[in-house]
Design a binder for this molecule. Structure first.
Ligand code: F6P
Length: 342
């Protein structure tokens, strides 16, 4: 059996741990052979791959990014795209199955290719933690740790200058990173896409905090909307899947807070720093387990499924179920955090 692994979509810490886990388990337990497609689906449609052996994956677990590279290429586009061309490419190279490590877009593409008869197993990854099939995706915990440290640092400078600071974190359409980093760092309010809030409410929180002699620190998820906005703020155009590139809502909020409260306000956008560097221990373990389980799923021919964390166990879930809906922050989780706002 020869397996092709790809890492696709926005990168995140832990991708290399998946590759290592899959290759080592595949070699030792099943005697499989591996190649890695370069730059995600782009390597599949352009037939660009490298051999992956024990030597190549040595010491990989702690390394950030992905040794295979990543892209947001759509595998249904271009000359080598689509199920027929991909099947032919696999046959030419003796590849029996693909392990696709990616987020919602990647798993949706994997589901369509699997429906067309290609042997695929998915592995969910994203710092956003928005894949419903899995309780947690690797990359998320590392992003939360990075954001928490940043908010802790922001707090000391905010206190020194008696300023309000709005810290923007990633997360696209869901507020998980904001919720967890905001709770961990004790932010005075957490603003998430699932719960639009008025600027008056935000200003009120700022004033309440200030009256206690503290400097208000707010965490806002990039997809957050004020109750007057119909869409999340985006001014950077579209990505390869025609989705708006987000970012910049903190820059919008800070001057409004200052105008309404008279409290000097600043904004900080953490951006891609949340996706960079070494995975934390939790993500290394989760990613390694998922990589190993993906190879077990290949051995069991569970085509059209993705491996996923359910409680403390790794299970397989159909790609159809995994891509049905996004995992957003439940109302109760928001309300729980909101009890401490202001
Ligand atoms: O999905 C992961 C993510 O980091 C989002 O949180 C963010 O909106 C997006 O990717 C950024 O994409 P890009 O790396 O293409 O700028």
């Amino acid at each position: 059996m020869k397996i092709g692994i790809l890492t696709s979509g926005g990168d995140c810490p832990g991708l290399n741990s998946v590759i290592r886990g899959a290759v080592l388990k595949g070699l030792d337990a099943y005697g499989y052979e591996f190649v890695g497609f370069l730059q995600g689906w782009r390597g599949v449609v352009e037939e660009r791959m490298v051999p992956l052996d024990r030597e190549r994956v040595r010491g990989l677990s702690r390394l950030g990014g992905t040794i295979l590279g990543s892209s947001r290429t759509n595998p249904f586009e271009g000359e080598g795209g689509g199920p027929e061309a991909i099947s032919a490419m696999m046959a030419r190279n003796g590849i029996d199955a693909i392990v696709a490590v990616g987020g919602e877009g990647t798993l949706t593409a994997a589901r369509r290719l699997s429906d067309a008869g290609i042997n695929i197993i998915g592995v969910p990854k994203t710092i956003d933690n928005d894949i419903d099939a899995t309780d947690y995706s690797f990359g998320f915990q590392t992003a939360v740790e990075i954001a928490t440290e940043a908010i802790d640092r922001i707090r000391t400078t905010a206190e020194s200058h008696e300023r309000c600071i709005v810290v923007e974190v990633m997360g696209r359409d869901v507020g998980w990173i904001a919720l967890h980093s905001g709770m961990a760092a004790g932010a005075h309010a957490i603003l998430i896409p699932e719960r639009p809030v008025s600027i008056e409410q935000i200003a009120e929180w700022a004033v309440t905090v200030r009256k206690r002699g503290r400097a208000p620190v707010f965490v806002v998820s990039e997809g957050f909307r004020l109750d007057t906005m119909t869409e999340a703020h985006s001014h950077k155009g579209l990505d390869a899947f025609n989705r708006p590139l987000m970012g910049g809502i903190a820059d919008q909020l800070a001057p409004q807070i200052e105008a309404m409260t008279g409290i000097e306000s600043r904004s900080t956008t953490l951006g891609h720093v949340q996706r960079g560097g070494e995975p934390c221990a939790y993500d290394r373990v989760l990613a390694t387990r998922l990589g190993m389980a993906a190879v077990d799923a290949v051995a069991a021919e569970k085509w059209g499924t993705t491996v996923a964390l359910r409680g403390t166990e790794i299970r397989t879930v159909s790609l159809a179920e995994a891509t049905e809906r996004l995992k957003s922050v439940p109302v109760e989780r928001y309300e729980e955090a909101a009890a401490l706002f202001g």
